[in-house]
Write a protein that binds this ligand. Sequence first.
Ligand SMILES: [Zn+2]
Length: 199
Amino acid sequence: MSNLDHIDFATIVDLVENRVAPKLRTESMAHISSCSPCAEKLRRLSEVVTLMQTDRTVDAPRDVVAYAMGIFSGRAKSPRQSLKRRILAALSFDSVNQAPAFGLRSGQTGTRQLIYSAEENDIDLRITLHEDMWVVAGQVLRETCAGGRVEIEGLSGSTSAALNEMCEFTLPAVPPGNYLLRVHMADVEVELPRLELTA
Ligand SMILES: [Zn+2]
């Protein structure tokens, strides 16, 4: 590879995903160290791939390809803005609706489990009544959620909790009411259907 040739897109993706033979890697990095367009491409792609790589079996997420090929360019000034999608989660499991052996029925004390699906993001909620206040805790089931947080918003205001390294969270207790839950992550924002926490 001559130093004048830019690194092709597939190779940059391979570099980001660490799938380049050592020799090609050395050559590519030599080029990148003296070529700012390629360096910038590598930097942006690493950032995006890191954000979006929730499944290691996927080589290059389609959105990353679209982004790197410039499909999103000009839509928004910040690459994060153009990639941050809002998705609506759908309820896929509610322990209240299960047979008694499976979960706790409405009106019983204990923890209610709700599982929501939103594309590759599943959200497992555990809702517990504790001294007339509701505690919403749970886990976002995805590989990485660095910097993520969960926000709960109701008539009385909103509060939030950060996701830990296991993507778990526990929100501060809230009074009974109707709430909106949102999971903010680097690449997506997931909104859950309205949650009714009755007294
Ligand atoms: Zn170049």
